[in-house]
Design a protein around this ligand. Structure first.
Ligand code: WT7
Length: 675
């Protein structure tokens, strides 16, 4: 990794440094699973000293096995070869559904709250078992079996959960594609995994808008002939939605032909459970591969301890099932624990900014999980939207997806939590499968803006980005790396293990490289500073700058493109594109290029700004100097700085390697609004 580009994002400016003690237990509320920092610390130390004993016990306690494992962990993680719970056999769907349906069939598994306020539905474990079984039988009838990849492109309806669980039940590998992705993005993901079946819906509803899923899917399928069968769930029943018989079949008609029981396929621990595409530093998305036992243990344990779940709890994770947060904390984690999970179809501001708190009040949510971007947006809209609801059932409030600024943290704590809920800022990634740095509610004193301490079994190292040397002790800043294996870590990239090694394990030999900058403060607390690679995070959505650049240069007018993230008050980061044009192009090219990104990736990737520039700042060897682009677009350089060479060097660092030094002034003037 080039040191030139390894800028560690600056810390969040804040005067808020107070330490918040874990909250006292309120009358009628359960005592937390872990009640002191000492208890956490003892368990964490044991988890590192004796990982096999620790995770072996946990796996027996938290999961149901159809055949016990006889080796807890094996292999060398940092060489890219690790396995957990060898020779064990289990089924993720059995763990999430059957074992609860068999004992408490009437218990609510899923509360679905629709786009329309007041319209919601509760589904029992018994009903989930029947629905999932029927769908599993449909998949089998179409020839889907163990190890086959199935694409899922669904809105936020219970059927999305059934789709994933039905795959898990028969040993098929689900590949969920977020419903905000475009046809091109869906096509690429289907082709990469060679999916033969696609589960989708006619349309989706979100914030009063209609998402034309089937229409988009059809466009994708026109160039993805590997898909033989499309199972279409009717969410809106709009008759104008295209339907191609015999390739397409209706979900309701198909499941009605099948019996409501389907045996679970016994899976060995390391059999793949799912893949999920995520963005990396090249244009091609990676199919991150998770396996059955390790992933399930990681999400079951973290959901239990981090959200401090107890019998009768209702867990409300506001993510979309299309992202890892939805996989782990809407679906697998809560259901494996036998806890009611909420699936929310809408957005936090529809029909008004009280929508989340209406959910909490209506469904008596006990743990609530959302992203800083939503917290910041709601904070701006005023406290009155929170004040009118009864939020007394809440005990734990979680944040995930990007660094949370202390001001937003404090608002969450004071206004939503009313000072009596534990805030858990949880750090993890698609690749880690489950939370890896987090407070333990009831045990860890918190600091606004810090994800605090590692979860059980996680051994964090802070590395000097340039030398790769470990930075020992406290008060250090570097890149976040992990020394050891843990059950839920991804095992590979689908069909590209070499890329897995190159991305995560080869950059710093002997460590897993996270791609994030981090500070370990004087108390040993971790402060995640943001990505140090070419990945940007817009409203908690991870995007690769290279992926956006590849989309831009597909446009006939675009010669070259460089994309960066700039700070944004609500979305954390926003996308700014720098493009040079082929001669002779006219019209509103910036708008056309924005549209190009929407079409190629999806609306959530729409650039905030496209800057047309005569050239890009490059070194004489032709490497784009993104550092310059980031600083100029972040308005860190002003026209005044251009006046002296020293001033400029102070702001931008060494510019002697720049092939055309004049470009800096051109760019600064564009951002000053002067050209
Ligand atoms: C990246 C992973 C993990 C689920 C959602 C995103 C950033 C995640 C935090 C946090 C600071 C965070 C990191 C990470 N991130 N959680 N609590 N504080 N940054 O999953 O799409 O795989 O993105 O999100 O940069 O590497 P993802």
């Amino acid at each position: 990794m080039a040191a030139d580009d390894m800028d560690i994002p600056a810390p969040q400016d804040s005067a808020l440094t107070a330490l918040y003690a874990p909250k006292p237990v309120r009358p009628g509320h359960p005592v937390p699973h872990i009640t002191s920092l000492e208890e956490y610390s003892e368990r964490w130390k044991r988890s590192l000293a004796e990982p096999n004993a620790f995770f072996g016990d946990l796996a027996k306690k938290l999961l149901s096995w159809s055949r016990p494992f006889d080796v807890v962990s094996f292999g060398d993680f940092t060489a890219g070869n690790v396995s957990w719970f060898l020779n064990g056999q289990l089924n993720a769907c059995y763990n999430c559904v059957d074992r609860h349906a068999l004992t408490t069939p009437e218990k609510i598994a899923i509360i679905w709250d629709s786009d329309e306020i007041g319209v919601h539905r509760s589904i029992t474990f018994g009903e989930v078992l029947a629905e999932v079984s029927r769908l599993a039988n449909v998949l089998k009838a179409y020839g889907v079996g163990k190890g086959d990849a199935v694409a899922v492109y669904m809105p936020m309806v219970p059927e999305a959960a059934y789709a994933m669980l039905a795959c898990a039940r028969i040993g098929a590998i689900h590949s969920v594609v977020f419903a905000g992705f475009s046809a091109d993005a869906l096509r690429d993901r289907i082709l990469d995994a060679k999916c033969k079946v696609l589960l989708t819906a006619d349309q989706g509803k979100r914030g009063g808008k209609t998402i034309h899923l089937k229409k988009i899917a059809d466009e994708a399928l026109a160039e993805a002939p590997c898909v033989e069968k499309v199972i279409v769930f009717r969410r809106t029943n709009d008759p104008s939605v295209p339907f191609t018989s015999p390739r397409d079949v209706y979900w309701d008609e198909e499941v009605s032909k099948q019996r409501p029981y389907c045996p679970c396929e016994p899976m060995v621990s390391e059999d793949p459970l799912f893949m999920l595409y995520t963005s990396g530093s090249t244009g091609k998305p990676k199919g991150v591969l998770h396996t059955t036992a390790g992933y399930l243990l990681g999400v079951t344990a973290t959901t239990k301890y981090v959200f401090d779940l107890h019998e009768g709890d209702v867990h409300g994770c506001m993510a979309d099932v299309g992202w890892i947060t939805g996989h782990s904390y809407i679906l697998y984690g809560p259901l494996s624990n036998g806890v009611t999970t909420v699936m929310f179809e809408s957005i936090p501001t529809y029909p008004n900014a009280g929508r989340y708190w209406d959910l909490v009040d209506t469904h008596k949510i006990t743990s609530f999980y959302t992203a800083p971007t939503a917290i910041r947006a709601l904070r701006r809209l005023g406290d009155e939207h929170v004040a009118r609801y009864d939020l007394s059932t809440l005990r734990t409030l979680g944040s995930v997806g990007e660094p949370i600024n202390p001001e937003a943290w404090l608002w969450y704590h004071d206004i939503v939590g009313r000072g009596r809920c534990n805030i858990v800022d949880t750090y993890w990634q698609t690749e880690t499968g489950s939370i890896i740095v987090t407070p333990m509610p009831g045990a860890t004193p918190t600091k606004p803006g810090s994800a605090t301490l590692p979860f059980f079994g996680i051994d964090i190292a802070v590395l000097d980005p340039t030398t790769g040397q470990e930075l020992a002790g406290n008060n250090v800043t570097g890149v976040l790396a992990i020394r050891n294996s843990f059950p839920s870590v991804a095992r590979s990239i689908y069909n590209d293990h070499a890329r897995f090694l190159d991305t995560y394990l080869n950059p710093y030999k002997g460590y897993y490289f996270s791609g994030d900058g981090v500070t370990r403060d004087e108390d040993g607390y971790y402060w995640i500073r943001g990505r140090v690679d070419d990945v940007i995070n817009v409203a908690g959505h991870r995007l690769s700058t290279a992926e956006i650049e590849s989309a831009l240069i597909l446009h006939p007018a675009c010669a070259e493109a460089a994309v960066i993230g700039v700070p944004d008050e609500v979305t954390g980061q926003a996308i700014v594109c720098f493009c040079t044009l082929k001669a002779g192009d006219e019209g509103d090219i910036a708008a056309a290029l924005k549209a190009q990104v929407r079409t190629h990736i999806g609306p959530f990737a729409t650039p905030k700004r496209v800057v047309i520039t005569p050239e890009l700042p490059k070194t004489r060897s032709g490497k784009i100097m993104r550092r310059i682009l980031r600083k100029v677009a972040g308005l860190e350089v002003t026209e005044k700085d251009l006046e002296t060479e020293d001033g400029l060097r102070e702001k931008l660092g060494d510019l002697t390697t720049l092939a055309e030094p004049g470009i800096v002034a051109v760019l600064v003037k564009i951002f000053a609004g002067r050209t």
